[in-house]
Design a protein around this ligand. Structure first.
Ligand SMILES: NC(=O)C1=CN([C@@H]2O[C@H](COP(=O)(O)OP(=O)(O)OC[C@H]3O[C@@H](n4cnc5c(N)ncnc54)[C@H](OP(=O)(O)O)[C@@H]3O)[C@@H](O)[C@H]2O)C=CC1
Ligand SMILES: N[C@@H](CCO)C(=O)O
Length: 428
């Protein structure tokens, strides 16, 4: 009879309690699948007296997650506290130093300290697993490291923050402004304690940084991501994009190019009929492309108690079965330092602007675009009551630099009313 796998679980919030529930509910099934009993030895959270809707009486309690990580009677330390510094980092480091395997859902910790932690884990011969850290219930880490092991990955992209996708979808369906929907999402508890992590694109960029390392064999490089949140997306752009056959998504894209590793998390237009364009509400989608497989699309819940705990259990079961491997798919000391791309690959752009309604205004804009080397693919001008005329332009493929030059030159034309908006149209 195999020895039980003894777990210490730090963090008994949404995810931690979800993990406890699955371990209890499926104890026999998990033992049958892994050949070992999965046993919770001890737990930790801040407030021992808090009612968590589940009895903790049979587990030892540690007020300090570092003390929990160092207990002799645990094999695996499960970190479900969160945060890139502080108790989560201290406890993960302590667990590795003490020779424990670690499972975490903490994308912030991995995006910032992933390389150092991976080197430490591998030097100590320990596992550091994090299926839940990216796209919650979607098994995307396994897909990349196992399912696509025979491929050179060419591109990773996706919608990896459910709250942002909820906000953008709700703006469109209800015709509400960003501020109105943000307030609604906040009231419903859909946003992180620091909402900027969601709407600023930071949470999604943490996830992209992890996927990028796995896909391209580079050290996690969160700082190398071009990052823009959704707070400047207006209902006018959502409507106009829809009118041209597009949806606006907070889209993460990572790809190796001749100019270096391109990592972007920014609002982009995608065709409304594409899988990404049809992704509504709080759901996540990750699109993986490999030289042998072509394109695969993974879709599912990116957050919440059950889905996230489901992913944590996947890691725990792997450890129970004795499956492990390098933290980021290759030995950490062999991961290359990424060379951030000097510029994104060319793309079509969506431009929206208001022009003073007088003869030659549009011609001036067309001239500026032409002089910047930007070619117009499609154009629309809408009927209007005001003195300014709303104009939409979709360009042929061009460089971000050419678009920046054109936008700068437009300011000198004296025909603009307000600032123009430019959004990338992603080839998906
Ligand atoms: N919620 C989700 O849908 C998802 C979460 N994640 C990640 O999972 C992790 C956990 O998230 P979630 O469950 O939502 O977070 P919660 O805020 O719900 O829970 C955090 C838990 O950590 C405990 N905690 C905080 N500080 C300490 C400390 N100093 N010592 C011991 N315990 C502490 C809290 O204790 P107390 O309860 O006493 O306050 C709480 O139980 C995070 O890294 C998050 O990014 C990943 C994917 C999805
Ligand atoms: N705030 C995150 C939680 C899961 O990481 C989201 O909305 O996707």
């Amino acid at each position: 009879m195999s020895q039980p796998l003894r777990l210490g679980i730090a963090g008994l919030g949404t995810v931690g309690i979800g993990v406890l529930r699955i371990l209890r509910q499926h104890a026999a099934l998990l033992e049958a699948r892994t050949g070992r009993r999965l046993e919770i030895t001890a737990v930790s959270a801040r407030d021992k007296s808090k009612d968590r809707g589940i009895s903790l009486a049979s587990y030892a309690w540690e007020a300090d997650p570092v003390a929990l990580a160092q207990r002799d009677d645990i094999d695996v330390f499960v970190e479900l506290i969160g945060g890139e510094e502080g108790p989560a980092k201290d406890a993960v480091e302590a667990a590795l130093s003490k020779g424990k395997d670690v499972v975490t859902a903490n994308k912030a910790l991995l995006a910032i300290h992933g390389q150092a932690l991976a080197e430490k884990a591998e030097a100590d011969g320990r596992a550091l697993r994090y299926e839940a850290a990216v796209a919650g219930g979607i098994p995307v880490i396994k897909a990349l490291t196992e399912g696509l092991a025979g491929n050179a990955v060419t591109r990773v992209m996706g919608v990896m923050n459910g709250s942002c996708n909820y906000i953008l979808t709700r703006m469109e369906t209800a015709g509400l402004s960003y501020d109105e929907v943000f307030a609604e999402a906040d009231a419903l508890g859909y946003l992180e304690a620091d909402p900027q992590l969601d709407v600023g694109g930071i949470d999604a960029a943490h996830k992209l940084a992890i996927l990028s390392s796995l896909a391209f064999g580079t050290k996690v490089d969160f700082a190398g991501i071009t990052l823009e949140g959704i707070d400047r997306v207006s209902i006018d752009d959502i409507r106009a994009a829809a009118d041209m056959g597009y949806k606006i998504k907070l889209l993460g894209v990572a790809q190796q190019t001749a100019r270096g590793l391109e990592q972007r998390m920014q609002p982009c237009l995608v065709p409304a009929t594409s899988p990404l364009g049809q992704l509504d509400g709080g759901t996540n989608m990750v699109v993986l492309e490999g030289d042998a497989v072509g394109q695969i699309v993974l879709r599912g819940p990116g957050a919440g108690e059950g889905p996230t705990a489901s992913a944590v259990l996947s890691d725990i079961c792997d450890l129970a079965r004795g499956f492990s491997g390098p933290v980021f798919g290759l030995p950490a000391t062999t991961l290359e330092t990424s060379q951030p791309a000097t510029a994104a690959l060319p793309a079509s752009y969506y431009l929206r602007m208001s022009l003073h309604d007088k003869p030659g205004a549009l011609a001036k804009i067309a001239t500026v675009l032409g002089e910047a080397g930007v070619s117009i693919d499609r154009m629309r001008q809408y009927g209007h009551d005001e003195t300014a005329a709303p104009v939409l332009i979709v360009t042929h493929k061009t460089t971000p630099a050419a678009i920046a030059d054109a936008l700068a030159a437009m300011q000198d034309t004296a025909v603009l009313s307000g600032d123009p908006v430019a959004l990338r149209i992603e080839d998906v």
